[in-house]
Design a protein around this ligand. Sequence first.
Ligand code: COA
Length: 315
Amino acid sequence: MRPAAPPDARPMAALFNRDRNNPLSAEEFFAVRHPVASWIIEAPDGQIAGWADLRAPTGSAPEDLWVHVAVDDAHSRHGVGSRLLETAEQHASAIGAWRLLAGVGEERPDAVAWALHRQYHITQRYCESVLDVSATPWALWDVVASSLAGRGAQVLSLAHFDEPELSDRLLSLLREAEADMPDPPARPASAEEWRARLFEGPRAWPETGVVITGPDGHLWAISAHNRLGERARQVEVILTAVARSRRGQGLGLAVKLAGLRKLRHAGIARVTTSTHVANHAMRAVNRRLGFRDLPASLILEKDLAAHEPKAGPPH
Ligand SMILES: CC(C)(COP(=O)(O)OP(=O)(O)OC[C@H]1O[C@@H](n2cnc3c(N)ncnc32)[C@H](O)[C@@H]1OP(=O)(O)O)[C@@H](O)C(=O)NCCC(=O)NCCS
């Protein structure tokens, strides 16, 4: 076992992409994953038998880390995954993490069982959905556009809101959205983190994002995208949100559809999105737009031993 290094990006990405709807290119692998630490086990022939990494994504609680383990099929069932996971868990404990989280696709029951066997338990379930852009019901747009015009609303590019200091009105829309999701993050994202996600990150694509404003300039809704690799004609909708006071009036559908129109103009053929199973409003919007559900993703968690609740003092 050894630490992973930039020249490992290509085989690591290949193993990562095997199980993913949203593949990563070798060029962007480390920039996008931005690991806290990562390890590789090499087979005797020098090929990568498996790898693991630890990450602290935006919005995670400081005591949480995310772990990912990927083992080449040719080397499975030889303890490679267990050694990698043990190393990652020990490292996480040593640097002060209390809890590890992992995302596993439901279409991999072997991987889910493997994690359950190692004291991880399932805490969340996400629907992964995909849209074939050519199959979107574009006729909806006429209805949506005339309804927006009747209310004096404007559809603007998200790129107009790319300012060195995000405006208070944009931040308050984002913070409301984050707080109202079925799985709000432990720690609200900072203005800098929102800037990275929406405008500056290696995958951000604000030119295709959309903001709907009301006649008084208030921000009513936002939809934002991430490009899945430089050359990929595939995109993920990373956020759709409507101001709390404006929900249930068709704006969720309107803003996501407006964003999809921009993606169509940019030549995008396939769009993915990930929605908490309990987010009924978002799932209703996705269904109307023609998204099809793929196998769900599970979030699994494990409390690290050193921080498990201690038994009370003996009586
Ligand atoms: C999800 C969200 C964007 C929806 O916006 P919205 O403006 O209320 O959406 P719309 O009015 O366009 O459509 C809502 C749809 O959900 C349906 N809906 C609402 N609550 C529902 C429920 N509990 N069960 C089933 N359907 C529900 C509505 O009937 C409507 O569907 P219809 O048009 O087929 O009747 C908004 O609730 C929001 O901002 N939530 C917080 C942020 C968030 O969770 N974003 C998604 C994750 S990125």
